[in-house]
Design a protein around this ligand. Sequence first.
Ligand code: UDP
Ligand code: MG
Length: 132
Amino acid sequence: MELTLCLIKPDAVRRDLTGSVLYMIEKAGLKVMAMKMIRLDKRLAEGFYHVHSERPFFGELTEYMASGPIVAVVLAGDNAIKRYRDLMGATDPAQAAEGTIRKVFALSKQENSVHGSDAPETAAFETAYFFS
Ligand code: UDP
Ligand code: MG
C-alpha cells in the first residue's frame, strides 16, 4: 500500500467540482485517508512548489494557488502514486487523455484543477506538508 497527496486546486473548488473530483478518485479505487480544506498564502504555496522556484511560471503559479481555498487529500492504494497520476492526466489539459480529471475539468495548463505527487520522495514531503 502506498500514500500520495492530491490537491483539488482553487479553480476546481471555486467551480464547485470538489465532489465530482472525489467521485472520480473513489470510483478509480483509491481510498481517501485524510482530507481538509485550506487557504494557502503565497509563502505556503512557494514552500509547497519549491522545486519549481527557478521556473518562469513560479510567480503566477503560486499566486493562483493562493487565490482561493484548496482541498488537500491523502490517498492510499496499491501503486497509488502512479494510478492517481494516470487518473489526473497530463499537466496541459489539451494533452490529457480522455476520461482523465484534467481532460474533464481543467481550464488551462496553469488552472488544471488537481495536483498529484510524482514519486515516493515527493509524496512523503507533500503529505507531511499538510498532515501530521
Ligand atoms: N504549470 C504552469 N505552466 C507550465 C507548467 C506548469 O502553470 O508551463 C503549473 C501547473 O499548475 C502545474 C504546476 O505548475 O500543475 C506544477 O507543474 P508540474 O510540471 O509539476 O506539473 P504536474 O506535476 O502538476 O502535472
Ligand atoms: Mg509536479
